[in-house]
Design a protein around this ligand. Structure first.
Ligand code: FES
Length: 358
């Protein structure tokens, strides 16, 4: 992954619902290789707002086959960036954008005849839509079922596009909407995607044994309910792909444990490799983690959420040991391969080497 930001011009701002827009970027030819994305990945956008360097990750809502780069941004209550995006962004404006990254993706194969299921809640539809369209476009023999939860009809992002896709892929796409605040005739479609509803769906609607992958993105409680229900029904963990947008704040005990680990690492030598350059620093526990130490030393290590969710700060631990706090952003395979979230990691012992280019 290239770690730098690149200025991209906004080609289009499309209002999707009263509180969500999608943004299409112009990608100049010279940057096209860098901005080639896999379905379900996200971009980190950066802006200076109210005197702060604000960074947020937004998922692509298109398939690579569609030939455009577009993300969706839903306004969240009090959200500095999402409010700015929904009110102020206009075509012609230039934004700082980091190339696509993220492991919530799938290598679709034109020969495959698979079944996929997407569970989406609210703006969690964004990466799921990218995966859904990619599955249908890339694999002519595959099918996709989307289970999509929202408050009410007016808040459904991509409602029309989904209806169009359903017409286009009539034999291969099923979409079931679940609404919390509107009464449908069929009781199954009323209410939120909680544990009981998921269990019922897996009993009545989805035959889990036939599914190649489940793509899950939405509010935390919904994702937990879906994940637990799938695992309970014996679905293998590696078939359940999760994309979290937010994490709970660590509680006081966790925060104290992290601070204690950081204190033990005082003065430890940490070597950072970024854009081919090596730099060694002495770990300062007051800064909390490897990412903050890197940035304080002038190493422009990438980041967005600083909460263990987005994996923008990912680096490969090529020697030494670290302890990592929250990890919502790396897959088990990435952890196995030695990747760490530097915003959550403190060195254990000396001679830690972290490669951001790997
Ligand atoms: S900055 Fe998002 S996981 Fe570290």
């Amino acid at each position: 992954m290239s770690t730098g930001f690149h200025p991209l011009t906004i080609a289009e701002v499309r209002r999707e619902t009263a509180d969500a827009v999608s943004i299409r970027f112009d990608v100049p030819d010279a940057l096209k290789p860098l901005f080639t994305f896999r379905p379900g990945q996200h971009l980190t956008l950066r802006a200076d707002l109210e005197g702060q360097d604000v960074r947020r990750n937004y998922s692509v809502c298109v398939a690579p086959q569609e030939g455009e780069l577009r993300v969706a941004i839903k306004r969240v209550a009090g959200g500095l960036f999402s409010g700015f995006a929904n009110e102020a962004l206009k075509p012609g404006m230039v934004m700082e954008v980091m190339p696509p990254h993220g492991a919530f993706t799938w290598a679709f194969d034109p020969q495959a005849a698979n079944r996929y299921v997407g569970f989406a809640g609210g703006s969690g539809i964004t990466p799921v839509l990218s995966l859904l369209k990619s599955a249908l476009l890339a694999e002519p023999k595959s099918r996709f079922t989307l289970l999509y939860g929202n408050r009410d009809t007016a808040s459904i992002i991509f409602l029309e596009e989904l209806a169009g896709l359903k017409d286009r892929f009539i034999d291969r796409l099923s979409i079931l909407h679940f609404l919390e605040d509107e009464e449908e005739e069929v009781e199954l479609f009323n209410g939120r995607l909680d544990r009981a509803k998921c269990a019922e769906l897996l009993e009545r609607v989805v035959s889990v044994a036939d599914i190649a992958a489940f793509f899950v993105c939405g509010p935390g409680p919904m994702m937990d309910a879906v994940e637990q229900s799938l695992l309970e029904r014996g679905v293998a963990r590696d078939k359940v792909l999760l994309e979290r947008f937010t994490a709970d704040r660590p509680d006081a005990a966790q925060a104290a444990a992290t601070a204690a680990r950081a204190a033990e690492a005082a003065g430890a030598k940490v070597t950072l490799v970024l854009d081919g350059r090596r730099r060694s620093i002495s770990f300062d526990p007051a800064l909390g983690n490897i990412l903050e130490n890197a940035r304080a030393a002038g190493v422009p290590a990438p980041y967005a959420c600083k909460a263990g969710v987005c994996a923008t700060c990912r680096g490969k631990l090529v020697s030494g040991k670290v302890e990592m706090g929250a990890n919502y952003g790396l897959t088990a395979a990435e952890v196995e391969a030695g990747y760490i979230l530097t915003c959550q990691s403190v060195p254990v012992g000396a001679d830690v080497v972290v490669d951001y280019d790997a």
